[in-house]
Design a protein around this ligand. Sequence first.
Ligand SMILES: [Zn+2]
Ligand SMILES: [Zn+2]
Length: 680
Amino acid sequence: MRFSLALVCLALSAAPRDLKPDFAGRSGSALLFDLETNALAGVWNLPRANTTPFRPGSVLKPFTLAAYIEAGLYRQSDKAPERLAYSDNEYFDKLATRMDKEDLTRGYARFGLNQQATTTTLANLLAAARRLIARSREERLRPVFDGMEQAVEYGTARLAAVSSTQVAGKTGTMRDSAVFLGYAPASRPRYILLIHLDSGSGGGDAAPFAAKIFASLFSTAAPPDDPKSVSIRLFWQNPPSRLNLKPGHYPAGTPIEANTSRLNAPGPLTVALRDGHYLLTTQVPLEAYVAAVLEGEAAAFQHPASLEAMAIAARTYAAHFRVRNARRHPEEGFDYCDTTHCQDARFTATKHQPLLDAVQATEAELLWFNGQPAAAYYHADSGGWLEASSDAPYLLQRRDPWWQDTPASRWTWTIKATQLAQALNLTFITQNFRVRDKDTSGRARSLDVFGHPAEAASFRMAIGRTMGWEKLPSRLFEVKREGAMLTFTGRGRGHGIGMPQNSAEAMAAKGKTREQILAEYYPGTRISPAASGLSWRSLKSPRITLYTTNLTRDKALLAEADRELPLLEALTGFKVNPTLRVFPTREAFRDATGISTKVQGATRGRDIKLPPNPSLATLRHELLHAILESNTKISHPEWFREGLVQALLNEKSPESDRAAKLIYLHGKKHTISYWINGLP
Ligand SMILES: [Zn+2]
Ligand SMILES: [Zn+2]
């Protein structure tokens, strides 16, 4: 047994926080490393972390597995993630014997570990962990990271789990010490945490202490700019001068007749008068707004993946541009107008089903960057070149690899020079009209407009406002003068920043997923329903669609629901194909449904929302709601909606008693017919 002393010695640069949760009076040391700042973010007992050797035990297993994979010996049938999750000693002993000694030595050395050393320091272990976790996106090492995720999900490190983020890690628990090596969020590691404790009396586990530290790093609270609803000014571009409503407040659904347009208020409506025009503002849930934006911006999309990418971009845009400093309409008393100035939102009564499916499949998902909703600009067609924006580092100027040079993405506009000058209100004009200089993307930056210098962007805005936005669809143009006429020839539509819709469609047509589309145009951002690094995944059975952030945990729930559904349908004679959405935490469930965390579930139509780990009784109860709710057009009183479910499931409550009495007096068959035809 040879022991190499502290190859790595950590020094304090900035002032990391004191990492001292209640370690229950035990001695030891801990290190927290921030991968974003590339510095120690927290320490406990640094001298000891630097110099005191200990036996790392099972926390070396991820490194052993990585060495095994890199030696080319790994087979899928090994089921290594599960074995790592359960810290299967027998399996790992076998790995070591299957490998050449050199393979293991070389494999360990890649992470800076000395295979001969059976002891190490915490500082050394951190250096090795950094090398390992730097490779967490390598497909080939996937079993290692899946194993560490699953160890926390259900395996030996499960006490390290917290509700606000997904932790991955490995414990080593020996008679004389307890070690934890882990990181979070699992999908995009930000922190690496190492803990070593002397166990004193023997046994013990470092995982619960890791949970305390991770919980303090990731708060469960939704960030303040995660909106639940947004306010929209309707008819922003053309405020009506005639309206069927007087100034005042009106409930959702109120019919609006404005000039020649008709519309039902999509949410609570406020009507005010200003300068002889009506100002209409409405408050709508974020998800309803996203559906309206898809109707306005993406109704022609052909593929679910590009529609889903659009839904996430539209929702993120809505979350990003309503915070202070980024508002589109500062100090006007509403968040967004209903035109392309913000996002083109159409609050039509009937929506296209594919659009609603895309909103549902991505519910509450935003693109995050540095803990904030990203600046998710999008546009119709890049013309082959994406434009940069100073708003965000992920909005880069570069060639658009998915642009397709079709007649539809090219345009020309011919206009009489004098007519243009008139529209721009220019009285003194010369013969000059040319592009003075261009961005590297080829977009016009400044122009000589009849002898007047002009920013190309402001010129395009002026044309858009006075002559229509379709005239000069982009700044990617050349201009030629022939006699009295000016001809603009160009490519692309829109500002060229962020995701081009045509390219998103092209990617989807080639089978790319929404994640791949968004990663292409907003590189470095991640999709998550909260700032915690979780994302929705879906699983389908023939009858039921399950959405969850934790497939491993909720797979069983889908099977359970599949088993219960026909039994419950038999109780009523109705059928439904429901969707189940299981939220990562009770807090996330509360935020999404707007109801108390004490409530067990929420069902609207066929959509069931559940907090994590629902009981079988809750599942049955909500499934029965979904069966009933999607099979009536009548708005029944609350006692009947709730009471009928409870009575059929023999749950006791005053509502249940009332419904049970009805069943006793009129029979079950009649009572259920009241559900369709109305109470007698
Ligand atoms: Zn606007
Ligand atoms: Zn209920």
